[in-house]
Design a protein around this ligand. Sequence first.
Ligand code: AP5
Ligand code: MG
Length: 195
Amino acid sequence: MLLILIGPPGAGKGTQAKRLVTKFDIPHLSTGDLLRENIVQGTDLGVLASPIISKGGLVPDDLVMDMVGKRMDQDDCRDGCLLDGFPRTIVQAEALENFLKSESRPIRLVIELYVPDDILVERLLERAKTGPTPRADDTRETIPNRLNAYHNLTRPILSYYESRNLLARIDGLGTMDEVFDRILKAIEKAGKASS
Ligand code: AP5
Ligand code: MG
């Protein structure tokens, strides 16, 4: 089961990903989490990514693809995983497509979580105030850059998945349980359609 979660910053990707990986017993591959781990560990990738993430830009495609490829090659990902925050550009979507083709691992569903920008800003500023681990990019200055990156570079990949009948557009407003329920229904429907 290969699932992809796409959505703007604060849409609830991480929140829903945690529930989905428990439900389907698959690894959670969050490129944001992996990059932040690299920053904490002070790897070359972390040193390069840190200022980019703090400003709300996107880390170069080749570096992200290399990191994802290595993770997806590990044994626990062979039967599937949940991609959270990847692909984020057309180049990344194409690279993923080629990688999956060579491995004959089909995408079960691409889940787009959509939430209006003003609510996203509220959620992220609230997390900055009350969250347990503050993030360098949850600031009034950086959030607009993250939203711009999403609208300009990531949203264009949605039509690509829509044209292949792989896209489920899910309303990310409401309680976390309500959103989870909508996602599960979409996955079930996709399963029926493909079997
Ligand atoms: P990444 O870590 O992916 O962050 P993001 O996309 O900015 O999104 P967040 O993690 O902030 O939000 P989320 O959608 O996971 O929501 P969450 O569940 O936390 O990326 C960070 C950076 O890394 C990027 O900007 C880029 O620089 C770099 N990067 C990562 N991947 C890359 C790639 N592929 N290519 C290039 N660069 C890459 O929820 C947010 C808050 O809302 C939480 O406080 C939560 O409790 C709350 N919340 C969740 N659901 C609800 C709900 N239903 N109602 C009310 N509140 C809710
Ligand atoms: Mg996240």
